[in-house]
Design a protein around this ligand. Structure first.
Ligand code: AMP
Length: 187
C-alpha cells in the first residue's frame, strides 16, 4: 500500500492534481476538507461542530481529522494506495499518521508539495469561489485567516518531512498539465 501526501497552501491545486492521479493510477483520493463538507451537508454532529471553525478559516481539532483518516484507511483495504489532500495540516496530525501507519506496517512514501505565493493563493481561492459554493472562499478576511493558519500551523511540516527525506517541491504556478507531469515523474 502506498501513501502519498499532496501538500501546499489552500488554492495550490492539490484537489485538481489528486483527481488526475486517481483517474490515471487508481489511487484513493482522501480530502479531509471534502469529508468535512460532506459531514456538514448531512448535518451530522461532527459536521455541525466543524462548521463554525471551517467558516472562520480555522482548523478543526486534530483528533477529528485523524479519526476520519483512520476510518477511511480501514474501509479501503483493497486500493492500490492513498493520495492525502489537505492532510496532515499540523505536526501533531503528521505524528499521528506515522504512528497509525506503523500499526498497519505501512509508511508515508512521499510528500509532493505544490509551491505558490500568497498573492496567487488569494486569486485562485477567489476564482474557485465562483465555481464551488464555499463560504470560506468568498470572504477576504476568512481567506487571510486561512493563509495565516497555513503559514503558522502547516508550513512547519516542510521541515518535518525534509527531516524524514520525503519532501519534494514542485513549482505550482504553472499549467495543470505541466504540474501533473512533474508529479508523475516523482511517483
Ligand atoms: P480544504 O478543502 O482542504 O481547504 O479544507 C477546508 C477547511 O476544512 C479548512 O480550512 C479547515 O477548516 C478544515 N480542514 C480540512 N482539512 C483539515 C485538517 N487536516 N486539519 C484541520 N482542519 C482541516
Amino acid at each position: 500500500m502506498k501513501y502519498f501526501i499532496l501538500f501546499g497552501p489552500p488554492g495550490a491545486g492539490k484537489g485538481t492534481q489528486a483527481k488526475l492521479l486517481v483517474d490515471k493510477y487508481n489511487f484513493k483520493h482522501v480530502s479531509t476538507g471534502d469529508l468535512l463538507r460532506k459531514e456538514m451537508a448531512e448535518c451530522t454532529e461532527l459536521g455541525e461542530k466543524a462548521q463554525k471553525l471551517i467558516n472562520e478559516g480555522k482548523l478543526v481539532p486534530d483528533d477529528v481529522v485523524v479519526g476520519m483518516i483512520r476510518k477511511t484507511i480501514k474501509e479501503n483495504p483493497d486500493v492500490r494506495g492513498f493520495i492525502f489532500d489537505g492532510f496532515p495540516r499540523t505536526i501533531a496530525q503528521a505524528e499521528e499518521l506515522d504512528s497509525m501507519l506503523s500499526q498497519f506496517g505501512h509508511k508515508v512514501n512521499s510528500v509532493i508539495s505544490l509551491a505558490i505565493g500568497d498573492d496567487v493563493i488569494r486569486e485562485r481561492i477567489l476564482h474557485r469561489a465562483k465555481v464551488e459554493n464555499r463560504k470560506d472562499d468568498t470572504d477576504e478576511e476568512i481567506i487571510k485567516t486561512r493563509i495565516r493558519t497555513y503559514h503558522e500551523k502547516t508550513e512547519p511540516l516542510i521541515a518535518f518531512y525534509k527531516g524524514q527525506g520525503k519532501y519534494n517541491e514542485i513549482p505550482g504556478e504553472r499549467a495543470i498539465g505541466e504540474v501533473f507531469s512533474d508529479i508523475e515523474k516523482l511517483l
